[in-house]
Write a protein that binds this ligand. Structure first.
Ligand code: GLC
Length: 467
């Protein structure tokens, strides 16, 4: 039996909802003008520490012994390179060593790997990257960082801190935020006299038009739209966007399952129709990087992805530099523009042999200066709100000013409702939706089955929490 405990469903629910609501509030027209850091006494603002300041904290009580920290990292875009640079800088400053372990690209596979290692009380991991949906699942295996970050907590999105606080323990420090966005080929829209689509119907019409004309003009590999259709966590992310953008969702406003609805069926039928027409059939095997590969090679008009792709699409060696716009994802009648909330935090394994050094490195990685560097060089969206108004950052990456409008539309995956069973719930969702959009299972039958399976999981959670 798993040692992961059932998390208090109510507190998880409040926490993720609050995460979305409060990020929305922070970015709303009124609050965006106010600098959250202005509200902090000047003496408490530790924003502009130099690297050696942060490194000095590292070595304050550990002057001689060098340690090797084992940390995990993804390989999406420039993620690994950015981490390697930070690690090298910290190594040079402190004399410690950092061994970076690259994880599988898919979020759900990463979680399975962590659970295997942590259940075996492995000492092979010191610092772990943690998806926004996992704090409730991993809390028991992570160190409480509260007392080490007391002086810094105010500088992060309060809702991210809340999301990462389980039963009063701060189990991870927010590192970067993600939100689903639409990437558009502005040059092609202009060439064929179209504007950025507001609805999914518009997207379809424009995609068909440009795809056909570009193919006639010689690019036989042109497609209209690419997204993440593989059976993995990224598909759950897309599904939440499809459903919510049409006025539906996985759960309704009261937190009740609402899978088998007309608007959800409508959206899935539309996606099925697109696969093989405006989206390549291969999209059923695409994660973020495969979709970006097609878009970045100039072979798609639209792409759904996360903010990290923007910096890559605009790097000087990319043929698309300066030709790409970002916009909120389209909606359907009765719905609204939404983007699923994503993002990663950093936590320390309870079984780490070097918690003190790991805490110091974690402070270094999440400090303001390092987050600003990652935002400028890698387009990673900071978890510190004041950076979105940092003149240097906005000048270097005006994209972040635009992103603040899109962050207003964030919606959460149902991780708070499923608590420690979220991993099972999302696996049900992506496997079952994949079989429907691949045409292996009729949509009405599939949605009913999915509703039943998810409802059994919710019953398990409710039984356990005594509701
Ligand atoms: C991104 C998001 C993460 C999500 C994953 C799905 O990494 O930040 O929250 O689970 O994509 O592929």
């Amino acid at each position: 039996m798993s040692s992961a405990r059932f998390v208090d469903k109510k507190s998880m629910k409040i926490s993720l909802r609050m995460l979305v609501l409060c990020v929305v509030a922070l970015f709303s027209a009124e609050s965006f003008g106010a600098d959250p850091s202005d509200k902090q006494p000047a003496a408490e603002r530790k924003d502009d520490k130099s690297p050696s300041d942060v490194a000095d904290e590292t070595d304050a009580n550990n002057e001689t012994q060098e340690v090797v920290l084992k940390v995990t990292c993804g390989c999406k875009g420039r993620e690994l390179e950015l981490y390697q640079q930070a690690a090298k800088e910290w190594e040079d400053l402190t004399g410690h060593h950092v061994e970076i372990i690259t994880l599988p690209s898919e979020s759900n596979e990463r979680l399975n790997l962590y659970l295997q290692l942590l259940r075996a009380e492995s000492q092979d991991l010191d610092i772990l990257i943690i998806d926004v949906t996992w704090p409730g699942i991993l809390a028991n295996y992570l160190v409480d960082l509260k007392k080490h970050f007391e002086d810094e907590i105010f500088a992060f999105f309060p809702v991210c801190i809340e999301n990462n606080t389980i039963d009063g323990r701060l189990v991870a420090i927010p590192w970067y935020i993600d939100v689903g966005i639409l990437y558009c080929r502005r040059d092609l829209l202009e060439k064929y006299g179209h504007s950025v689509p507001k609805t999914w119907d518009d997207l379809e019409k424009i995609a068909v038009d440009i795809q056909n004309k570009e193919r006639t003009n010689g690019n036989s590999r042109m497609w209209g739209y690419v997204f993440q259709g593989k059976s993995y966590e990224g598909l759950t992310v897309n599904v939440v966007e499809w459903f919510c953008s049409a006025g539906g969702g996985i759960m309704d406003d009261k937190g009740k399952l609402a899978i088998d609805t007309q608007s959800n069926r409508h959206m899935l039928n539309m996606i099925c129709k697109w696969i093989g027409t405006i989206a390549p059939s291969g999209v059923l095997g695409y994660t973020e990087e495969e979709a970006r590969g097609v878009f970045q090679s100039g072979n798609a008009v639209f792409m759904r992805s996360w903010p990290y792709a923007f910096a890559l699409l605009n790097s000087p060696d990319c043929p698309l530099a300066g030709k790409v716009d970002v916009a909120p994802l389209p909606m359907s009648p009765g719905g609204r523009h939404v983007g699923t909330l994503g993002g990663w935090s950093l936590g320390i394994s309870k079984f780490s042999k070097h918690p003190k050094e790991a805490t110091a490195f974690l402070r270094y990685l999440t400090c303001r200066r390092e987050q600003k560097r990652r935002a400028i060089e890698g387009g990673m969206s900071p978890s510190r709100p004041d950076l979105y108004k940092d003149k240097g950052l906005i000048q270097a990456q005006p994209f972040f000013a635009k992103l603040s409008d899109i962050l207003i539309n964030m919606v959460a995956r149902p991780s708070s409702q499923f608590g420690s069973l979220y991993s099972q719930a999302t696996t049900e969702i992506f496997n079952s939706i994949h079989s429907m959009i691949a045409g292996h299972r009729p949509i009405d039958v599939g949605l009913k089955q999915l509703n039943k399976r998810l409802s059994q999981l919710l019953d398990r959670i409710n039984r356990h929490t005594g509701e």
